[in-house]
Ligand binder design. Structure first.
Ligand code: NCD
Length: 321
């Protein structure tokens, strides 16, 4: 496999952890995307096993439920030859503060090389990373960041459109509670796309324009002439109280269907990080339309991107003594 190089920092990724997209340079993002390209090819072979992470130990520590993120990190680590342990911590057993730190220190004492952590609190993964001396990857912290999701979305777009720069991207739905939205906004802005966010006023953060995006409160107006439409799930688990009058009304005004998609460019592509609620944020038939929907491709790119992140972060590691 060829290894991409970057003039800015050689072939070494200059960070111990991947906690977010905010703060990464365009070169660092492109380095990870280029590295992931090679792993798309590896993942399509019959023989996928690599030796790169042989002897390394990776722990998946999920304090929140997950299907695709946890599975694809596990697959990515195994394809690179690492030993992987999965720890799922039920919601009910989460105690904040000391318990999180204790867990981190306990796991750290077992000398893992990488901890992959999902936590319901924004900032929870960073806090944990400060207590360990291995690499830490944020697999989603509250409504803050989900860096590997943004990277896999960018890889999916780049493979279809050749480049991110200059694209008009609409991110639609529950912007307030979405870490996927935040990471994507940082990444797309860093690589030169123009981003609009579309949501009902109750699901739009008040200071959203500080993130360098244009807010819209009307789906059809926001979709006008855009290249990429990213739909988001209503993150009910992070809501206290009711933010939308009813699911039916939400779909009527903010759910994406073929009719509303006509406002976008004729070849606009549709994305969703999953899990999706068919008939709530997206019409079921549109979600399955392989000419317009990139949803399955996003899942495939997820494994390649996570292989690239594990590769990049472990290049700089010596032993975790
Ligand atoms: C997202 C997440 O967990 O933030 N899902 C994912 O990782 N594929 C989005 C969501 O849960 O809606």
């Amino acid at each position: 496999m060829t290894t991409p190089d970057s003039d800015a920092f050689g072939s070494r990724f200059p960070h111990r952890d991947l906690l977010g997209i905010a703060g990464l340079s365009p070169q660092e993002i492109v380095f990870l995307l280029d590295l992931a390209e090679g792993y798309v090819e590896v993942s399509r072979r019959a023989e996928k096993k690599q030796e790169l992470l042989r002897g390394r130990t990776i722990i998946n520590l999920f304090f929140e439920s997950s299907t695709r993120t946890r599975t694809s990190f596990e697959l990515a680590a195994k394809r690179l030859g690492a030993d992987v342990i999965n720890m799922s911590v039920a919601w009910s057993s989460i105690k904040k503060g000391e318990t999180l730190i204790d867990t981190a220190m306990t796991l750290n004492a077992m000398h893992p090389d990488v901890l992959i952590v999902r936590h319901p609190d924004s900032g929870g993964v960073k806090l944990l990373s400060e207590k360990v001396n291995c690499a830490v990857i944020n697999a989603g912290d509250g409504s803050h960041e989900h860096p590997t999701q943004a990277l896999l979305d960018a890889l999916t777009i780049r493979r279809r459109r050749g480049s991110i720069a200059g694209l008009e991207v609409a991110v639609c739905g529950d912007i307030s509670h979405s870490r996927v939205a935040r990471s994507n906004i940082h990444l797309l802005n860093t690589l030169g796309a123009r981003v609009r966010v579309i949501a009902p006023p109750t699901l739009m953060p008040s200071a959203i324009d500080r993130l360098g995006v244009t807010p819209y409160f009307d789906l059809c107006a926001g979709l006008k002439d855009c290249d990429i439409v990213m739909m988001l799930r209503l993150q009910n688990e992070r809501m206290q109280g009711s933010y939308v009058p009813s699911i039916r009304e939400y779909f009527h005004f903010f759910g994406l269907d073929r009719e509303k998609l006509k406002n976008a460019k004729p070849d606009a592509l549709v994305m969703h990080p999953g899990p999706m609620n068919r008939g709530v944020e997206i019409d079921s038939e549109l979600a399955d339309d392989i000419d317009r929907s990139l949803i399955r491709e996003q899942v495939e790119m997820g494994v390649a991107v996570r292989m690239a992140c594990l590769d990049a972060l472990t290049r700089g590691l010596q032993s975790n003594a």
